[in-house]
Design a protein around this ligand. Sequence first.
Ligand code: GDP
Ligand code: IMO
Ligand code: MG
Length: 431
Amino acid sequence: MPCVIVVGGQWGDEGKGKIVDHLTARAQGVVRYQGGPNAGHTVVVDGRRFALRHLPSGILHPKVLSIVGNGVVVDPASLLQEIQDIRAAGVQVDANLRISDRAHVILPEHRVLDAQSEDAKGEAKIGTTRRGIGPAYESKVARLGVRMADLRNPQVFQDKLAAYRSARFRRLTDQPTTDDKTQEAYLEYAQLLEPFITDTVELLHSRMEAGDRLLFEGAQGTLLDLDHGTYPFVTSSNSSAGGACTGSGVGPARVTGVLGVFKAYCSRVGSGPFPTEQKGESGDRIRERGREYGTVTGRPRRCGWFDGVLGRYAVKVNSMECAALTLLDVLDEFEHVPVAVAYEYQGGRIESLPADLEAFARCQPVYEVFPGWRESITGVRRFEDLPVACRAYVDRMEKLLQCEVGLVSVGPDREQTLRRAGNRLERWLPE
Ligand code: GDP
Ligand code: IMO
Ligand code: MG
């Protein structure tokens, strides 16, 4: 019963959805373990595009169990809309989608507080998705949260909502920001979601006992992780591999391995330092070629070159032993492809991520420049058929990351995924 964690190695949007969908062909279950509708995971099947927010990217495989784990914060209205949309596209979810009864619920107040907090910060804003993610996790940590299980019992829900409102709003604004329709609406959502809500810990363990192979799908990325990311410009959960255990109820001893997903360059949505960001023509070219606009908010993503310092850091904090390199085709037209191998800071050279964000913001990348391959690779189906310069780039990535690159992605579609023979994934999830 292999358990493989798939985690983003950068600031999110690395193509996790595509890679999880690809690997699901070799698994029987996929678990989302943190985040909520701040995530936007795109899966393209035969040219059809699916944008998933709460749902695991395994959902498009009808026989695979899809679990929204206890570590996820669920916005019931948004999840119901997502279920409705995917049903309308002909995907069945009734038999294979399950939602943890321990998952916390995003309330309308959380969304309002998220927006208020961002507006109050002005220039210093984090650039959140304004989906209420931070305030929902705050409620969880403050032990004021409402969980999916609470929605089942109207009296319990009413009491918890009242307790949350009185504690939160007395301290902050003295203004409950939603009317009492919330209660009515949420109890209706609860009825619609009831068939999916269950004890997913018991379910997962019984599936493991039965020998199922499981994937754990991270949202966001390592540099947005609350502990290991570029704090405070992060999300409010542990998106790195450690979060997979707390967010699902499967202990570390059961984890077979961690696959890191990296773009062949870097992108970031929202604020915060980004040493290899390209504000000029190169950044614009990457953005247009990679269609780098947010799945959730439509915001243009900030784009720049691959950062080997941050990549190596991500490999460490997640114990990644294998990596997928995605969106490699986006670099097809570039004459030169720079990659950061270290930083220059205060006249010296550093090769790790400083905790002090002021220092990080002043780090200047030291680049190694690679010759581009200048031909389209989107039609290539075997790693050995990639242009020599492109393979050299991938080889250098491996050395920089100190992690093998087992998968290379050359386009958004399922078949645009190249496997390298003999990599760890073949052992973790054999055909
Ligand atoms: P996620 O949040 O990590 O799942 O990534 P997103 O779905 O937000 O962003 C990745 C985008 O790149 C999506 O639009 C994917 O369809 C697309 N994509 C994934 N892999 C590739 C690839 O190898 N090449 C290209 N051109 N697009 C890709
Ligand atoms: P996926 O799963 C990229 C960013 C936001 C903001 C910060 C905090 O698709 O990779 P939040 O709303 O979580 O409080 O915002 O995190 N962010 C993401 N950036 N991809 C994501 O998800 C993101 N989810 C949140 O832009 O900077
Ligand atoms: Mg995304």
